[in-house]
Design a protein around this ligand. Structure first.
Ligand code: PLP
Length: 362
């Protein structure tokens, strides 16, 4: 017996990985946005201090973590004050994306709306419960029977940012449909050129009414903590309550030392600013490299990727890059609408970013 799920898209890149690895300068892998810089000391110290953990941790998070999460949403995401029953931690945010339809009780007769160009896990979570998936960015097109709507801003892979008026409209339509609106905001701290990235829970969107709204955030990228699996959720108190009940029954608990590390990083903005500056420098280098090589770049206003096109089938572009020792992700992984684009990750050392410029130079 098994779930009928599609193959894992990145596995189909193996032959291009092999080709790119033959480059005399070595493979430069820009296909996965996996952080490469050190985990900050604020996290490692908190983790070490909490290493003794004989008892079960709280699924809802320790009191210190709950206070830190509520304070973070208010300080960094303009939500207004949140109580500790409006926040919870998750084991990274990918498990929340994959499991949310299950945990919310979405059924096979329901519709799940995902972005037109989307991180694949939104559809996977819907497939797990057998729900119908509708890919649409236009709230006017969201059908009756929709029970869960995903927004991803800044978007992976496009780097597109949704403004307050879009989020307001989306939430209003979701409420009319009786659907839960979930915003995945894991790249929110990485807005470029002073762009601020509003949360679905921004006071200007909710006017203080968070009913039917949930936002996800992750420290994987802002704090180089992908290996810790440390993320957070906020929003509608009743939904958070139900999610916690399901998670308690299933044992979906963030380990105690990770809770301590998450508490520590949420209270420290300095390391986030430092990491953002590293990515800003690399983004400039990669942008120059791509533009010089004749690519055009769309959106990419925030987040960890450049969404780039040579106006040809994305697999031709993947091949072109692999011949130069560089692995990128074909846009078709994110839906039909991405099939002439590739996603280029900024998780690259300055040295490799410069090497890409040399390898791509005409
Ligand atoms: C849009 C989006 N959501 C969620 C995740 C999951 O992040 P994590 O599980 O590390 O918190 C990612 C990771 O790349 C992502 O791009």
């Amino acid at each position: 017996m098994s779930l009928t799920l599609p193959d894992f898209p990145w596995d189909s890149l193996n032959s291009h990985r092999e080709r790119a690895s033959e480059h005399p300068g070595g493979l430069i892998d820009l296909s996965v946005g996996s952080p490469i810089d050190p985990t900050p000391v604020v996290a490692t110290e908190a983790l070490t201090e909490a290493a003794q953990a004989p008892s079960y941790p709280l699924t809802a998070g320790s009191p210190e973590l709950r206070a830190a999460m509520a304070a973070w949403w208010e300080r960094r995401r303009n939500t207004g004050p949140l109580t500790s029953s409006e926040v919870m931690p998750s084991i990274g945010s990918k498990e929340m994306v994959g499991l949310l339809p299950t945990l919310l009780g979405v059924r096979s007769i329901d519709v799940v709306v995902i972005p037109e160009i989307a991180y694949p896990t939104y559809a996977i979570g819907a497939h797990v419960v057998g729900a119908q998936v509708v890919a649409s960015d236009d709230p006017a097109q969201w059908p009756e029977g929709t029970k869960l709507i995903w927004v991803n801003s800044p978007g992976n892979p496009t780097g597109q940012v949704r403004d307050i008026s879009y989020l307001r409209k989306a939430l209003a339509v979701a409420r009319k449909l009786g659907a839960v609106m979930v915003s995945d905001e894991c790249y929110a701290e990485l807005g470029w050129d002073n762009l601020s990235v509003p949360s679905l829970l921004d006071q200007e969107v909710t006017q203080g009414d968070r009913s039917g709204a949930i936002s996800l955030y992750s420290t994987s990228k802002q704090s180089n903590l992908a290996g810790y699996r440390a993320a957070l959720v906020a929003g509608d108190e009743a939904l958070i309550h139900n999610l916690l009940l399901a998670r308690k029954h299933m044992g979906l608990i963030v380990p105690a030392p990770i809770q301590a590390a998450l508490t520590a990083v949420l209270g420290d903005d300095e390391h986030v600013a430092l990491q953002k500056e590293r990515y800003r420098v690399r983004r400039e280098l990669m942008r120059d490299a791509l533009l010089q090589a004749g690519f055009r770049i769309e959106h990419s206003d925030a987040g960890l990727y450049l969404w780039a096109s040579r106006d040809e089938d994305c697999w031709d572009t993947v091949r072109w890059c692999a011949e130069r020792g560089v692995l990128v992700t074909p846009g078709s992984f994110y839906g039909e609408a991405g099939s002439t684009f590739v996603r280029v990750a900024l998780t690259v050392s300055d040295q490799n970013a410069e090497a890409v410029r040399d390898r791509f130079s005409p």
